[in-house]
Design a protein around this ligand. Structure first.
Ligand code: IPM
Ligand code: MG
Length: 383
């Protein structure tokens, strides 16, 4: 048993050393302005995913119709990322779907079902986590804003390392001993830190905060923190500080202290946890959009789940598309359509918080996702 465990450890090391070489070979971000045509993949996922993604897709087609006609933008619908297909292929992402995803530049993605213990499906890896790793989407950017409370945070969650990097390679050495691995690389830490500082610089932010538990998880979190400090030295105009994850979690509910945070950079698991807490101040995970950025690909997604219960009860057409529409705003900004992004964001704020002519209740007492999308488009026309 010990030998098997040692062999597994050797495999983990080898895989990560290869990954580091791969990371080092990809230095530049893709420049969308230099492409003849931008290909946008629209991947509905499953559960309520297809319904809400279709609503957001309609809005994007409406906003980009001139560029589609001119051949500058093309939409590609990718249907196969459903739990049934993934189970059939016994893969987090079936090969044909992965190929289709890789033929795009950016992807709008609906939620996908992740099997849990007790479900009728085999325990395949989350499609989200697999896509982030396969397309090397290392920066998970999650903004949270509550203007009336002075909250304006942008989280840069490292998206390919930590406990997630080899989450399915843990070992049960014997019945008494289980070991998981957590990974931090110099390259991986520096690139997320740089992404956070670049964002701060471009967006007039004055402070970046790193969050770790480097007092206890000394080797891996220590490396992450040191990489952030190293990158901070290249941005003398931006203040840098660091907090431990436990006290940071508390400080987000401290009304005086929390308004001081602006851009926050943190390892994968802490980022996963704290962005749910942060989104709650703004109305919950259903209200937040999220982008997953890499050097070659970028993926934009709703951050809630696939709500299979709504589908079982025939209510998927009443699902709330706001989170994936927020993700579409981020997509438009990312590929250089910031004027259209601004319009969509403004229209969405009017529809969700100000005018509220239609409301989504998740049932037939409210509007359908499609009707809500029409409402957003009408609002854009009147801006
Ligand atoms: C998220 C989700 C995923 C994660 C799950 C679905 C695997 O919680 O996007 O934050 O843990 O990253
Ligand atoms: Mg999460």
């Amino acid at each position: 048993m010990t030998n098997l465990a040692l062999e597994q450890f050797a495999k983990v090391i080898e895989k990560q050393l290869n990954r580091i070489e791969q990371m080092k070979s990809e230095k530049e971000f893709l420049d969308y302005s230099k492409l003849d045509k931008i290909i946008i993949g629209v991947c509905g996922g499953d559960g309520i995913g297809p319904a809400i993604t279709k609503a957001a897709h309609g809005i994007l087609e409406f906003l980009l119709c001139d560029d589609v006609k001119a051949g500058k933008v093309e939409f590609k619908v990718i249907d196969g990322l459903t739990i049934e297909n993934r189970v059939k292929a016994n893969k987090a992402i079936p090969d044909d779907v992965l190929e289709e995803l890789k033929a795009c530049h950016v992807i709008l993605k609906g939620p996908t079902t992740t099997p849990r213990a007790g479900d009728p499906w085999p325990n395949i890896e989350s499609a989200n986590v697999a896509m982030r790793k396969e397309l090397d989407l290392f920066a998970n950017v999650r903004p949270v804003k509550v203007p009336e409370k002075g909250i304006d945070w942008t989280f840069f969650r490292e998206n390919t390392e930590g406990g997630y990097a080899v989450g399915s390679m843990g070992v049960n050495v014997n019945d008494d001993l289980a070991i998981d691995f957590t990974i931090t690389t110099q390259e991986g830490s520096e690139r997320i830190a740089r992404a956070a500082f670049d964002y701060a610089k471009k967006n007039g932010k004055t402070k970046v905060t790193a969050v770790t538990k480097a007092n206890v998880i000394k080797t891996t979190d220590g490396k992450f923190l040191n990489a952030c400090k190293k990158v901070a030295a290249d941005y003398p105009e931006i203040d840098f500080d660091d907090w431990y994850i436990d006290i940071m979690t508390a400080k987000l509910i401290d009304e005086k202290r929390r308004t001081g945070f602006q851009v926050v950079v943190l390892p994968n698991l802490y980022g996963d946890i704290i962005t749910d807490e942060a989104a709650e101040f703004q109305g919950g995970v259903g209200t937040a959009g999220s982008s997953n950025l890499g050097k070659r690909y970028a993926m934009f997604e709703a951050i809630h789940g696939s709500a299979p219960r709504m589908v079982a009860e025939g209510r998927d057409k009443y699902a709330d598309p706001c989170s994936i529409i927020r993700a579409s705003v981020m997509l438009l900004n990312h590929i250089g359509y910031s004027d259209k992004a601004q319009k969509l964001e403004r229209a969405l704020d009017i529809c969700m918080y100000e005018e509220k002519k239609l409301v989504i209740t998740g049932r037939d007492t409210g509007a359908t996702s499609e009707e809500f999308a029409e409402y957003v488009m009408e609002t854009i026309k009147n801006l």
